[in-house]
Write a protein that binds this ligand. Structure first.
Ligand SMILES: Cc1cc2nc3c(=O)[nH]c(=O)nc-3n(C[C@H](O)[C@H](O)[C@H](O)COP(=O)(O)O)c2cc1C
Ligand code: SF4
Length: 475
């Protein structure tokens, strides 16, 4: 029996069988130009995920309409179909993964901090959104994707209609039923355009994570309505709203800068699986009402045993891992082969998020410098320390500075994992770095810490732990 039988069990959804229950959720890459056309770098990004063996790959949000934005993919016209068709074909050719595009409509924003609100839209505008979603979904089917995912999460149009802050005075706002009206119209039109036999997923916020926003009780009702409307899977996200975004003068609002942004892409200080209760609450409700619609959970889930337990305990049906799979697209392949020790672990420092915020190409800080894609290596030989190598640790001004010599490898050393233990603190992995040093700013006065460092190579093979270096932080 494989080590993680639930995780690696094939999973059927409306005629499509995912080879396992691991999902790459949508992650904007900023690799496209403003033209929104699929280019070679984008193709390589998704082929790389497919080589790693994830069950479902959701291609980053692409616009169903022509409104201006920074670099963002488009599916708003037939001229985008050749690139998208090639993308679906290349992903299918690279491995068993299934692939769907995430399709998005967003409202206008300006550098002044102004943003268009749902209340500004006329009923003609709303009808245009419904039609644009339908046409984009039809294109997804025509391009050979395995399905389509409707983006109804975060700060974008459909999510803003679902929001408890939607105070339109007509039939599209105010009450929960009215807030769900546009969602229902979009889902209905997409179904009409793609047919019953095409996988249609929806991603939405199970909790807005803003003052006055909705949480699990409304999310349960919304998800149940989705299930009734024949949605094939529900991918649960959280937060990422404009309401609490911090405006940088001269820059457009980025909806992941406030607390709700933290809840969407939680950094290292947040606990693992912090949003699981939301997906679990939704799934329970949908099941209680007789629907088997699969629910995907996301947010700092990267440990295989944890992911397996979530599936086994019925907290989710699918596990979405964004940053862990960006850091190491081979996570599924390695874990399935019993090589979880070779997974290059995301450290949740959110450099990728900050690249997205600044419209720069999204890469992982752990990849070798200058690369646009995760490295590939089948090598099994771990790196080695030079003879007599030692880690040094020095305390200065409330920080501990670590240094070590370069390790060597038959291919190349990719980075170093830093482990820390203390009197009453079991040793744990506190970060990783490409360079030969690390600054630990998170130390408590009056504590003695012990650090060990472990090099790893392009394939994730880990070398020996260094000898421990001990440092006392004065009281
Ligand atoms: C750089 C970046 C871009 C993202 N772009 C999208 C997106 O286009 N659509 C979406 O629904 N979520 C997007 N997300 C959110 C992720 O899909 C995911 O929900 C979130 O990162 C939490 O999962 P994780 O802890 O496994 O990374 C993005 C996240 C990151 C880091
Ligand atoms: S840049 Fe940081 S947070 Fe993003 S994937 Fe890499 S390690 Fe994870």
């Amino acid at each position: 029996m494989p080590a993680f039988p639930e995780l690696f069990h094939p999973f059927p959804i409306n005629g499509v069988t995912l080879p396992n229950r691991i999902v790459v959720p949508a992650m904007v890459t900023r690799l496209s130009g403003e033209d929104g056309v699929i280019n070679a770098d984008i193709m390589d990004r998704y082929v790389r995920f497919a080589k790693g063996g994830a069950g479902l790959i959701v291609v980053e949000a692409m616009a169903v309409h022509t409104a201006k934005s920074g670099p963002l993919l488009r599916i708003c016209g037939d001229e985008f179909k050749p690139g998208l068709t090639e993308l679906a074909k290349r992903v299918h050719g690279a491995g068993p993964s299934k692939v769907v595009p995430q399709i998005i409509h967003f409202l206008k924003i300006a550098r002044s901090g102004w943003r268009q609100l749902v209340g500004d839209l006329t009923t003609e505008d709303i009808a245009g959104i419904v039609a644009a979603y339908g046409a984009a979904a039809r294109r997804a089917r025509e391009c050979g994707f395995d399905g389509v995912e409707l983006h109804m999460a975060h700060a974008y149009t459909l999510s803003s209609f679902l929001s408890a802050k939607n105070n339109r005075k007509d039939g599209y706002g105010g009450s929960l039923a009215n807030r769900m009206r546009l969602m229902g119209e979009v889902i209905g039109e997409v179904r009409r355009q793609v047919g019953r036999d095409f996988m249609m997923g929806v991603r939405f916020d199970g909790e807005e994570c803003i003052k006055g926003g909705y949480s699990v009780p409304d999310a349960r009702a919304i998800a149940l309505r989705m299930a009734q409307l024949t949605v094939d899977y529900i991918s649960v996200s959280a937060g990422g709203k404009f309401e609490d975004a911090i405006h940088k003068p001269g820059a457009p609002l980025y909806p992941y800068t406030g607390y709700s942004g933290d809840r969407c892409m939680p950094g290292a200080d947040y606990p693992d699986g912090l949003n699981v209760y939301i997906a679990a609450g939704i799934r329970e409700w949908v099941r209680q009402h007789g629907f088997t619609t699969p629910v995907a959970a996301a947010g700092k889930i990267s440990d295989p045993a944890f992911a397996e337990a979530l599936l086994r305990d019925g907290k989710a049906d699918l596990i979405a891992m964004a940053r862990p799979l960006l850091a190491d697209p081979d996570w599924p392949k390695k874990v399935a082969a019993g090589r979880q020790d070779a997974v290059i672990k995301c450290v949740y420092g959110n450099i990728c998020k900050s690249l997205d915020e600044n419209f720069r190409k999204v890469v992982c800080t752990l990849w070798p410098q200058g690369r646009l894609q995760a490295p590939e290596s089948e090598d099994r030989e771990p790196p080695r320390w030079p003879e007599g190598a030692a880690v040094t640790a020095q305390h200065k001004g409330g920080r501990v500075y670590l240094k070590w010599p370069a390790a060597t490898d038959n291919e190349a050393v990719q980075g170093y994992m830093i482990f820390r233990g203390a009197e009453n603190e079991p040793e744990r992995h506190i970060g990783s770095n490409r360079a030969h040093g690390y600054t630990d700013a998170d130390v408590a006065p009056g504590t003695t810490y012990t650090y060990r460092v472990r090099p790893y190579d392009l394939g994730g093979n880990r070398g020996a732990f260094s000898a421990p270096a001990t440092v006392e932080v004065p009281a």
